[in-house]
Write a new protein. Sequence first.
Length: 204
Amino acid sequence: MQLPSTLLENAVAEFAKLPGIGKKTALRLVLHLLKKEVEEVQHFGETVAKMRRDIRFCNRCHNISDGDICATCANTMRNQKLICVVENIRDVIAIESTQQYNGIYHVLGGIISPLDGVGPDQLNIESLVNRIGKEGTEELLFALNPTIQGDTTIYYIQKKIQHLPCRVTTIARGIAFGGELEFADEMTLARSIANRLPVQQYVK
């Protein structure tokens, strides 16, 4: 793609680095910004830079936060004895959009995948085990993608906490095996949460 300006070309190249953004879409976005006032574009850039610079992660659940503790963990109206274990922050957003879950979360930051070089020590598993023991968690709800790696992660954590008096459940198989939570429709995801099952019914 031949562009008349090096500045324009550099801006398009930066936008094209974003996931799902090709060169044509990147060009369309950059040309859109050129139509805006300089102050608007400057505010846009400063907002993104401030987000990246100042955003934090909850010391308790590892979700995105503006402070040491995220708004979900700090909400006393939520069930603090029910922890939903998810792979990443996108899954938290997907579950919250259903408005069917009233507990708190724990973001693992990935799932166990030896082929990809991801082991238990690279995930937020130890902090989860410590939370359950310290906070007297009554139920641990696994909402991991229904894949071999997801099931392996559930099995590993279940073994780590088998000495603790905590009920272990998982979302129902309304989510197709091999699917991803962020792409599930809200109704399917909501029903999977409402109809969660004891882990031992499917993890062997």
